[in-house]
Design a binder for this molecule. Structure first.
Ligand code: AMP
Ligand code: MG
Length: 322
């Protein structure tokens, strides 16, 4: 399988979803409403999910899609204005969109894990999006529990040419690539395999509660890191490792979130991009992340992504410090 149809579709819909996010950011600055778990969600999260799901539903109607958002929240009468904006934004991308269709497309993302499924996060790093920092449109294809394709649309990611905006794309067995968002030639990317800890960078979330900083700092000290960690919202952290701009990323649950399990859409696309670039991703016990169980990584504890070379050393340090 070379996954050419899946690749072409993914590139098209991720670019379309990114455009919607950029439009929303320019028009209403990514104003947010609160979800039941108090996390923020914007017109762009819903609009981007509608676009991604519409494309997948049309091209691969038999594949379930597991997305972060759900349109139930939009039934609240006070959110009528938000719904209207979502519909208008989606119509700019898909002129045939009607209010009912947009809701159906968003809810197409309520699928269940199957032998073959897609998972997506229309905006990973919504807080970064609202702040005008890093965020990613993330989409991945999983077959028999193995991630086969992963794509990240990263509109704010800095490029070597001084511009901003890249797409990271990986297909199992075909390597990882970086493509300028506006188009252009894909460039193969590779991790930086160095193991000289004094020259390496750890990368972490901007949000301090998403991983235990006390453990992370002790791990840095134990390994002999000299630079302070780079910080970025969202799955773009995996892209930074895949192209050698950072060397490892840990997600160590804080004691108060000890039983919280990671969402599959917060990792799948990034994991294959790092793996295909030569890196390694496991949980904090060294187990592979299990994408065959449901919307959560329910059989894993935390996450460690590295350039591969240093994986066992970092794992060992975390196990000693956590
Ligand atoms: P990041 O940008 O890496 O900080 O990750 C953003 C993602 O973190 C969001 O998509 C949430 O699903 C997830 N998240 C929210 N709260 C927590 C938490 N307490 N621990 C770990 N991840 C979280
Ligand atoms: Mg997310």
């Amino acid at each position: 399988m070379n996954y050419q149809p899946e690749k072409e579709l993914s590139l098209r819909i991720v670019k379309q979803a990114v455009k919607l996010c950029q439009r929303v950011q320019q028009t209403n600055g990514g104003k947010a409403v609160e979800k039941a778990d108090t996390s923020p969600v914007t017109v762009a999260d819903f609009g981007a999910q509608a676009i991604l799901c519409q494309g997948l539903m049309d091209a691969f109607p038999d594949d379930p899609v597991i997305g972060e958002e759900d349109a139930t929240l939009l039934q609240k009468p006070e959110l009528e204005g938000v719904s209207q904006q979502i519909i208008e934004q989606v119509q700019q991308s898909i002129p045939t969109a009607t209010p009912d269709k947009v809701i159906d497309w968003i809810n197409w993302g309520n699928g269940k894990v199957a032998p073959r499924y897609w998972t997506l996060d229309p905006i990973d790093g919504t807080k970064g999006f609202i702040r005008g920092n890093q965020y990613a449109v993330a989409l991945a294809l999983v077959e028999e529990g193995e991630i086969k394709l992963g794509i990240l649309g990263c509109p704010a990611f800095p490029r070597e040419d001084g511009g901003k905006g890249v797409i990271f794309l990986a297909i199992r067995g075909q390597g990882a690539t970086e493509i300028p968002l506006e188009g252009g030639n894909p460039r193969k990317i590779k991790v930086d395999p160095s193991s000289k800890f004094e020259q390496l960078y750890r990368i972490e979330s901007v949000e301090s509660v998403h991983s235990d900083r006390r453990v992370q700092t002790s791990v840095d000290r134990r390994l002999g890191l000299t630079y302070s960690a780079k910080q970025m919202d969202s799955l773009v952290k995996y892209g930074a490792i895949a192209k050698g701009e950072a060397h490892f990323y840990t997600r160590v649950p804080l004691p108060q979130f000890k039983n919280k399990k990671e969402n599959i859409w917060d990792h799948a696309a990034g994991v294959i991009i790092v793996e295909e670039a030569g890196g390694k991703v496991t949980d904090l016990e060294g187990k592979p992340l299990d994408f065959s169980l449901g919307a959560k990584l329910s059989n894993n504890h935390g996450v460690l992504a590295t350039n591969g070379t240093i994986h066992s050393q970092v794992l060992d340090a975390i196990q000693k410090e956590a």
